[in-house]
Ligand binder design. Structure first.
Ligand SMILES: Cc1cc2nc3c(=O)[nH]c(=O)nc-3n(C[C@H](O)[C@H](O)[C@H](O)COP(=O)(O)OP(=O)(O)OC[C@H]3O[C@@H](n4cnc5c(N)ncnc54)[C@H](O)[C@@H]3O)c2cc1C
Length: 434
């Protein structure tokens, strides 16, 4: 008798069951499916600029996301094994113990992630198949009208061609396995304490009380699109600074894959058919294309996105003055608008896009500080940290990336335009002001 095919789904930044190509393929191709997630201890260590790679906001959000994933997989009769261990150690063991035939996962191309994968492959039998997909994109690499090496350095060229020639693929549906697939599971999801943090209360001033997980992401979609119809005015409100609904707030869920860009895209299309189609509905798609674009920028340029000269290999005289860096981090610079944004980040793990552009420009173009230090701080603090969007945007703002015009923000003017009555600054600087 032929042995049953067994598949392992290795979850990375695709923490969802809907529109998850790896999960769907594993279910379709195997009699037995198990799933796993690793809280990689290296993600909670200090990096070269002295910040933790992941701070408490992202850690809490991740724990919530994995908890939700486990519950959703249970409904499909699939166990999620969770480890606080390097994947190189856990995966070969699970593969051997369970006689796994195929490992399914989302492809990542940044060097650390590729090294992990190579290490895993070197520790498992050659007969095990590794099956990866690019499920994080709106426009799949196989479908875009460019070779990766010829991705344009100008966003508009990329967008125009993709919009003209690339179709967004449909979503993947998922069917439950039979009850026989259910196995015992003695692993536990780490707590904040295990990961080296204390639990904390959300600051009441937060722009959004984020909670991780696929269900929360779908609820947010429901709220922003169908309940409040805020999508219809997104383009008019997206530069806001205060409140839950000035922008979609999808980024933390998108970053760890609790929702896919395709799911959002197809929901926008439905909204356009049923409610209305206007500049705002299009603009959310436009922003999702930016997200894709920065993924392609990093795919094309490899480790250059982490280098001081960026993808342009620019030579600037960057400074590293510790007191300037600390003033920026602690919101004690000469610019109240920068300070308010930095305090918001410190207290909540969130900052608006307008805020991010301003504080990054101030860091790199005004204080002339090594942009990688600012990017590393964002990496630690942002609840929606995404390697491609973070380093891509930092390079862009710092003049070493895809902004060929190399602009600098006039912070005072920006504060006047976007916070004319200083409401935002008062919200975050009250201790200093009163
Ligand atoms: C210096 C700097 C660092 C940044 N770091 C990150 C990061 O680590 N993670 C991250 O997700 N975004 C990052 N961004 C992009 C952007 O600020 C956030 O995606 C956005 O503020 C998230 O809020 P939202 O979901 O309400 O966005 P919305 O305005 O509602 O946009 C919808 C989605 O489009 C995508 N998007 C929007 N703007 C951008 C952009 N400029 N670049 C790439 N994708 C975009 C995001 O996925 C976002 O969730 C950074 C921007 C700057 C200037």
């Amino acid at each position: 008798m032929q042995k049953k095919q067994k598949g392992l789904v290795w979850f990375r930044n695709d923490l969802r069951v809907n529109d998850n190509e790896s999960l769907t393929n594993a279910i379709d191709e195997n009699e037995i499916v198990i799933a796993m997630y690793c809280f990689d201890p290296r993600h909670f260590k200090q990096t070269r600029f002295g910040f933790k790679k992941t701070e408490k906001f992202q850690a809490k959000f991740l724990i919530e996301s994995v908890t939700a994933l486990k519950q959703n997989l249970e409904k499909l009769n699939i166990q999620l094994l969770v480890y606080h261990q390097n994947p190189e150690d856990s995966i070969p063991e699970i593969v051997a113990q369970n006689e796994i035939n195929s490992v399914y996962f989302q492809e990542e191309w940044t060097s650390e992630e590729m090294e992990v994968l190579e290490n895993i492959k070197s520790k498992v039998s050659d007969s095990v198949a590794f099956k990866s997909t690019y499920n994080q994109f709106l426009f799949y690499p196989e479908d875009i009208p460019f070779d990766i090496s010829s991705i344009p350095n100008v966003f508009t060229q990329f967008r125009n061609q993709c919009e003209k020639l690339t179709k967004v693929r449909s979503e993947f549906a998922v069917q439950p396995k039979s009850e026989e697939n259910w196995t015992t599971n003695e692993t536990v999801i780490p707590t904040m304490e295990t990961l080296g943090f204390s639990d904390f209360e959300i600051d009441s001033r937060t722009a959004f009380p984020f909670c991780g997980g696929e269900n929360e992401a779908l609820q947010r979609l429901e709220h922003y699109f169908w309940k409040t119809k805020k999508l219809s005015v997104y383009k008019l409100t997206r530069n806001g600074l205060i409140g839950t609904d000035f922008s979609s707030k999808f980024s933390p869920w998108l970053a760890n894959g609790s929702i896919s860009a395709k799911t959002i895209y197809w929901e926008i299309v439905r909204y356009e058919q049923q409610i209305r189609k206007n500049d705002s509905t299009y603009w959310l798609i436009f922003e999702l294309i930016w997200r894709d674009y920065f993924k392609y920028v990093s795919m094309k340029n490899g480790n250059s996105i982490f280098k001081i000269g960026g993808i342009l290999d620019k030579k600037y005289d960057w400074k590293t003055n510790p007191s300037d860096i600390n003033n920026w981090i602690n919101g004690t610079t000469e610019e109240p608008f920068v300070n308010a944004n930095m305090i918001e980040l410190q207290q909540t793990g969130w900052m608006s896009n307008r805020g991010r552009q301003n504080v990054a420009s101030y860091f790199a173009k005004e204080l002339l500080l090594d942009w990688r230090i600012g990017a590393a701080y964002f990496e630690a603090m942002l609840i929606d940290y995404d390697v491609h969007s973070n380093y891509g945007n930092w390079m862009y703002v710092s003049g070493v990336g895809n902004d060929l015009r190399d602009r600098k923000f006039n912070i005072k003017l920006q504060a006047e335009n976007y916070d004319g009555q200083s409401k935002f600054q008062k919200l975050w600087l009250q201790q200093q002001l009163f």
